[in-house]
Design a protein around this ligand. Structure first.
Ligand code: HEM
Length: 423
């Protein structure tokens, strides 16, 4: 998703410069030469900056893989949480450069890094951290003296119509989302960070995801539709300030951060695959091959919700996914979707819509990730509407859910979430 915000040439330039940075300062100039533009950029050499105003991995053009992990805090000691966040910051900065999480010892002592990324390159790795409600209060207890600092926007998500949330895929005190152009690089990052937290955090759930699309074009999800077309443009700071970056007076430590909703949405692909294309397009409100709104030619043609056919029927159906989720239907609300597909093999499943098959089916779907300045005006009202009326619900079931406050980016010398812990 989100490729449309970064036109192909810009992405290419960015990747070129990043690749140059990976090779050393001298290569940056070389990366900008005309000859270089003709060369395909090796996605394994891309380096995304870790430090900055915002955390990486939020408006970063999507890499091809993700590993999303949610951890629970098991310590009662505030100092241990701070210590771990400091350690994580250093390790995340190193790994984002393509390095091991910690320097490898010269002797044969137990290495502080599994080493499975040695020689691979940074692969565009980004590591995004978030704080769940449990950091602020846990079973009524204020473990770290942070209860009063919980932002109002970090809501406990309500139960939505049709939710079938599995406790083992829901919630969590800390989010670590690694994204990279390589599955091993993404998993490696989370694995090293989780290891550093033994005794302080415990893994609650994790989900690997992937995304494929021709370079510079909107990728398709497993339903075969282009996904990410009508995202707010990350190239427009005014839109990002309005819809993505937090800026509420009750939690100034979150300014420049964002609130992230993660939903594991299972799709009954077996059922979907038997539907005619025309029906699939009615469900989505867009044409499958071009990605254009129904009745339009091109993917980025404007969605005209008032368009009617010669009999006066709405061209974009009443209960189609895009009509119900569009900002015009939701008081102008927009969210930045940055989802990945997932595919976890098969298991026994009972479909919740006709034909109500009971059989072994793919456990596959969408690991939906949406960033917003406030879920109370973003994900919650949009999903309330979708959960009730979306035609797509015949094929989808939300089985996992979590919400996190992702603090702003880190300055060198500081650590992730430092503002929260300041007196
Ligand atoms: C399996 C689940 C889902 C799938 C396969 C899916 C797929 C799609 C596709 C194909 C589009 C049209 C292209 C685009 O603009 O990106 C779209 C649009 C959109 N979706 Fe979803 N989606 C899913 C779940 C959700 C959920 C849970 C939400 C939010 C609560 C959501 C919010 C949106 C929004 C805001 C748009 C843009 C609508 C517009 O303004 O045109 N989607 N989605």
């Amino acid at each position: 998703m989100a490729n449309d915000q970064d036109p192909p040439r810009r992405r290419f330039l960015k990747a070129g410069v990043a690749a140059g940075a990976a090779l050393g300062a001298g290569s940056v100039a070389h990366a900008a030469t005309k000859a270089q533009f003709k060369q395909p950029i090796d996605p394994m050499l891309v380096v995304e900056p870790f430090f900055g105003e915002h955390q990486a991995g939020i408006v970063t053009p999507q890499q091809s893989h993700t590993y999303v992990a949610s951890l629970d805090l098991t310590t009662d000691k505030r100092e241990e949480v701070i210590g771990l966040l400091k350690e994580w910051t250093d390790a995340a900065a190193r790994m984002s450069r393509g390095d091991t999480a910690k320097p490898l010892p010269a002797d044969d002592k137990a290495a502080p890094d599994s080493g499975d990324i040695l020689g691979l390159g940074a692969a565009g790795l980004t590591i995004t951290f978030g704080f769940g409600p449990g950091l602020f209060t846990h079973e009524g207890k204020d473990r770290y003296g942070l209860e009063k600092r919980r932002p109002a926007a970090l809501v406990d998500l309500p139960r939505f119509n049709g939710d079938q949330l599995l406790p083992q895929k829901t919630g969590g005190d800390i989010l670590i989302q690694a994204c990279a152009n390589d599955a091993q690089v993404a998993f490696h990052a989370v694995r090293q960070l989780a290891r550093m937290g033994y005794g302080i955090v415990a893994m609650r759930w994790a989900q690997a995801g992937f995304l494929s699309g021709p370079r510079g074009q909107t990728p398709r999800n497993l339903m075969g539709f282009k996904d990410g077309t009508n995202n707010p443009s990350t190239a427009k700071p005014a839109l990002m300030n309005q819809f993505v970056w937090a800026n509420a007076p009750d939690a100034p430590w979150m300014n420049g951060g964002t609130y992230t909703v993660v939903r594991r949405i299972r799709i009954t692909l077996e059922h979907w695959d038997t539907m005619e294309r025309g029906f699939q397009e009615q469900v989505m409100g867009r044409e499958k091959y071009s990605g254009a709104p129904i009745g339009k030619k091109n993917e980025f043609d404007a969605l005209d919700l008032d368009a009617a056919d010669k009999d006066g029927n709405q061209v974009i159906p009443e209960n189609s996914h895009v009509r119900l989720s569009n900002q015009a239907t939701n008081n102008g609300a927009q969210i930045l979707r940055r989802s990945y597909s997932y595919n976890d093999g098969t298991d026994f499943y009972i479909e919740r819509w006709p034909p109500w098959r009971q059989e072994t089916e793919y456990d596959a779907g969408l690991i939906f990730v949406a960033h917003q300045s406030d879920p109370r005006t973003g994900f919650v009202p949009i999903n309330e509407r979708l959960a009730k009326f979306d035609m797509m619900n015949q094929f989808t079931t939300h089985v996992g859910s979590a919400v996190f406050a992702c603090p702003p980016g880190v300055r060198p010398g500081s650590f992730i979430g430092a503002g929260l812990f300041e007196a």
